[in-house]
Each structure stands twice: as structure tokens, then as C-alpha cells.
Design a protein around this ligand. Structure first.
Ligand code: ZN
Ligand code: ZN
Length: 239
């Protein structure tokens, strides 16, 4: 009983840093100390459209691929490179549903988004990337939805979890060629119609090739969504 209550208190009022266990300058919302937060692998200069890292000489702020063929989404905000310790945090979160992981990642995303949207109107709603129902059964929760829930509450935006569905289980895309990935994803999602002019933030944990997110964005645009922004915790790009 004592342990139970001390765990609850630790979740509500973090006294020690979630990563290094020190007790100095802890951000009460994220549970990270100042040092650990600044040492995270923040993604600095990246393509405005797909968040691919860019070198500082790129003045257009668009990667070559987005200049040639723009994806179905309109903007992309990824917080981190998919590197240590973010990769470990995300995989622990995926396979060990724990309040402290969703709080940490959701709060970091909300703070990042508040900074990025200082001069831009926030989207009308947040939609977590849906999991196929068999994967949801297997895992017991949708990690994107847990992050999106915290983010929606912090940003005071509606969270829509019933707007769209994943009809095909396409989680295992690694090892497929670009053409195979696109073929595998065809009609993977379906969505209800949107009100005219709807602007949406799609939330996911890791963005890799962007093929899945592009397919979902294309599906949402077909049913009236006007503008789609991706908000992801991390961008992987070596795979
Ligand atoms: Zn720390
Ligand atoms: Zn790009």
C-alpha cells in the first residue's frame, strides 16, 4: 500500500528526473530535469513538409523529395531524431503501457507544438493514427492515442478517435520496397466526411518513410479535410 501511494505521488508530482533520477530543476509537467531535456536529440533544421533533416544551406526548407512530389500532408513537426534515449523511451512505452511515458512524451509534444504555432492558428482537432483492431487487441492500447490525449488536453483541442479507422493490418512494412509499401497500404484506412475547411493534426509516435502517414492523409483529404499537419515524437530516416 505504501509503495502504491508513493508511486502515485511520484507520477503526480515528480521529485526525481525521469531519466537521470536527479532532483534538480525538474519540469513538473514532463518530469525531466533541465539537463536531460536539453540533451535530448532535438531535431533542429528539417523539411517543413516531411521533417527530413536538412543541412543549413537549404534555404527553401524543403527536401528534394518534397520539392519533386509533395506528400498529401501539408506540414510536419517531429520533435526528435529517432536516437538514444528517445528510441528506448518509445519502445518501452509501446510494450509497457505506463502513465509516466505517455505523460512525458505527450507533454514534450505539447510544449514543442506551442512554440511552433506561436504565429500560426492551431488545427481544429487532433486525430491519433489508428491501429488495426487486431494490433490494438495484441498491445492493449494505441500509443499514438495516449500521446494525443495529453497533447489535446494541454492545447485545449478536441481529440477525435472515431473519425477514421485502419481496415488493414499493415504494421510490418520493413523490408518492403517503396512500391510494395504503397501497394500494401492501398485502402488501408477509411474515414467519415469532414466539415468544410477542416484542419487536422495527425499524431503518431515515430515517422519512418512517411508512406503510412501519406496514405492516411490522402484518405482524409478525399473526404473533405482541407489541411493536415503531422505531429510525431521522432523521425527515423536511416532505415
Ligand atoms: Zn535528468
Ligand atoms: Zn520533405
Amino acid at each position: 500500500m505504501v509503495n502504491y501511494w508513493s508511486n502515485i505521488t511520484q507520477c503526480l508530482l515528480p521529485e526525481k528526473c525521469f531519466l537521470c533520477q536527479c532532483s534538480h530543476s525538474i519540469n513538473a509537467k514532463t518530469g525531466l530535469c533541465f539537463g536531460c531535456a536539453s540533451n535530448l536529440p532535438w531535431l533542429q533544421q528539417s523539411c517543413q513538409r516531411c521533417a527530413l533533416p536538412l543541412n543549413s544551406t537549404n534555404t527553401l526548407q524543403l527536401c528534394g523529395q518534397c520539392q519533386t512530389k509533395a506528400p498529401a500532408f501539408d506540414a510536419c513537426h517531429c520533435l526528435f531524431h529517432y536516437e538514444t534515449p528517445v528510441d528506448r523511451l518509445i519502445s518501452r512505452f509501446k510494450f509497457n503501457q505506463h502513465l509516466s511515458y505517455s505523460r512525458l512524451l505527450g507533454q514534450l509534444m505539447a510544449e514543442h507544438i506551442k512554440n511552433r504555432y506561436r504565429e500560426i492558428t492551431l488545427p481544429d482537432m487532433i486525430i491519433p493514427v489508428p491501429l488495426h483492431k487486431s494490433r490494438l487487441r495484441e498491445r492493449g492500447f494505441n500509443q499514438a492515442q495516449e500521446v494525443a490525449r495529453i497533447c489535446a488536453r494541454e492545447l485545449n483541442l478536441p481529440l477525435e478517435t472515431k473519425q477514421c479507422q485502419r481496415d488493414k493490418d499493415t504494421a510490418h512494412q520493413l523490408g518492403l520496397s517503396a512500391i510494395e509499401r504503397r501497394r500494401n497500404l492501398r485502402r488501408a484506412f477509411n474515414s467519415k466526411a469532414f466539415p468544410a475547411g477542416a484542419r487536422v493534426a495527425l499524431v503518431d509516435d515515430v515517422m519512418t518513410t512517411g508512406t503510412t502517414l501519406n496514405e492516411l492523409a490522402a484518405c482524409l483529404k478525399k473526404v473533405g479535410c482541407q489541411e493536415i499537419h503531422l505531429w510525431c515524437i521522432a523521425r527515423a530516416y536511416h532505415l
